[in-house]
Design a protein around this ligand. Sequence first.
Ligand code: 4AD
Ligand code: MG
Length: 684
Amino acid sequence: MMTHEIPPPTDQLTAFSLSNDEEASSSTTLSRPDSGAELTDQKIQSHRWVRTGTTEQGKETFSITVVNGGSSSSANLQVMFDDSSVPNLSELAAVTIDDVDGCLKIPLHGKGTKYKIQLSVEKVTDDEETPPPSDQLAAVSSRHVPVKSILCRPDGGAGLAGQKVRIFGWVRTGRLQGKGTFAFLEVNDGSCPAFLQVIVDASLSTDLSKLIAKGTCVVVDGCLKLPPQGTKQKIELKVEEVVAVGTVDQATYPFPKNKPSLEHLRKYLHLRARTNSIASVARIRSALAFATHSFFQSQSFLYVNTPIITTSDCEGAGEMFQVTTLISSTEKLERDLLQNPPPTEADVEAARLVVKERGEAVATLKAAKAASEQEITASLAELANAKLSLARTVERSRLKPGLPKKDGGVDYSQDFFGRQAFLSVSGQLQLESYACALGSVYTFGPTFRAENSHTSRHLAEFWMVEPELALADLEEDMDCAEEYVRYMCKWLLDNCYDDLEVMAKNVDEGCIERLKLVASTPFVRVTYTDAIELLKKAVAQRQKFENYVEWGIDLASEHERYLTEVVFQKPVIVYNYPKGIKAFYMRVNDDGKTVAAMDVLVPKVGELIGGSQREERYGVLMSRLEEMGLPVEPYEWYLDLRRHGTVKHSGFGLGFERMVLFATGMDNIRDVIPFPRYPGRADL
Ligand code: 4AD
Ligand code: MG
């Protein structure tokens, strides 16, 4: 039998530190079978975060959590500092250090040393000392430079004066100056909210007036120069060549001037990304997606793609869009039958008669001794043709207009998948099957709900982030949800401040403060029963709600927003809901009345997250399906997860557009997804 020999760990480290190609990072050091022991005397570079510190025999030792440019290891590398490498040893425990260069050493095996390798520091680069921005602009493949890399530097681009660049973008405002001898254009290329001021001399263009129209696309080569003192720009571009121009048909351009309303923009989904607010929303949305992957990957969750077409109704609510080819194939058939009417009974009889005659002809030939081999073969071929024609006639005579029927209903065995299929309302059930094999996992994909909601919080197609936490109970589920939301808020404050400022200026002045609040305050946790009591108390104090408040109701959006915006004024997690209003898969609590469900409610939006601990007990799950009148057959595979190797697990779903709403302060969910789908609308 073949055995697979595991090669010894290589003693060469693969470098992936962005800042220095020759050196390896410390997360590759520790994630080896030998925990790095064989790497002694190699030079490495380590990044980020002093975690804990202790003093040892006149030397300071610190353990460092290592994070390398987004990819991370939770292992700690022990790092030895002494006064020659670090001047202020005592301050190190509290601060972040950017880079540590050093040499790997086998630790002296004193009492309690658990490390196989440690890093003896030779040099520390302090975070404070950020190097000055490079004066080299990175041109992208088509040789143009993103406006962001000019304007979003600490010096606003001033240090780049004198450099030649190609930029492109769309004119946001343009004006002729010097009696039409030159034009000032404010150009935006979508890489950041800022505009680059571009100056074009009349000698470079056949018609300057065409360039200044809002929406015109320009590709220009030029030289960056410092503007005259007293102007707000730090740098501007003096054009040397107009490379290309995409003019605007001003008679039909839908947003020529002024600030178009968001409703007006919704009629032009294909053009609205050229406006400031929608462009900022798009960049914030992209950053939130990146933050999502960064958060779950850094916690070692596995990214799983769950199906979009499914045969299971996850929420059991029947709000699914059906996926079928039966309708189009029926329509095609009906058109075909109109053009070529199906054969009648008489046609079938005639075809049968032909077969009979040809059969008899063959028999006669075979009986006649004089018939040649050739004659018999030809006659047999005619018989075969007649049989084929009969089969086709019979088949076509059975064709009927309308959907195929069976047992009084539609015959889905004739549909594309041989059974009824739908667009997924949630990837949770399939995700659970991976969580019950691979540990904690997450999915991030589109989901579809055919609910006829016309609210500013509902879409028919929306994106959901769904983690499934192995071995976690409801409390750990809530911890994860809280940490994740906080992480995204911090991420935006760290990475998208300029876009947040656009939102604060144009849409909701409180949006930055709200993000800061959420990033820094623990969420309130309250049981459903207590939440109902709080709402009843509010009603007693003359608070008006459209929906009646009593134990057992599904909280309406007005209740959720009252709890988070008025009562607590911060995010709230409501948990332990009545089982009657929640899905079949949620774990039944010991009281028999409630389930281990939780919803995260945030100001401005209401419900942002819905999650639960899953029912892992086969018997209880089975009775929940029955109790809720759901058919067992489609869930047999899901029950298998409980029949074989069942285990405690929990998860949640975050409505991605609701998160974008919350972060941007937009009022309508239709403005935070590029191409919104809702009842009556699916443009483009
Ligand atoms: O609360 P929901 O229905 O939970 C689930 O689907 C679970 N299977 C998730 C899980 O445990 N893995 O939906 C989750 C979130 C809601 O909290 C809400 O933010 C969002 O999805 N959501 C919608 N967003 C936009 N439009 C709609 N029609 C939405 N329905 C739900
Ligand atoms: Mg929900």
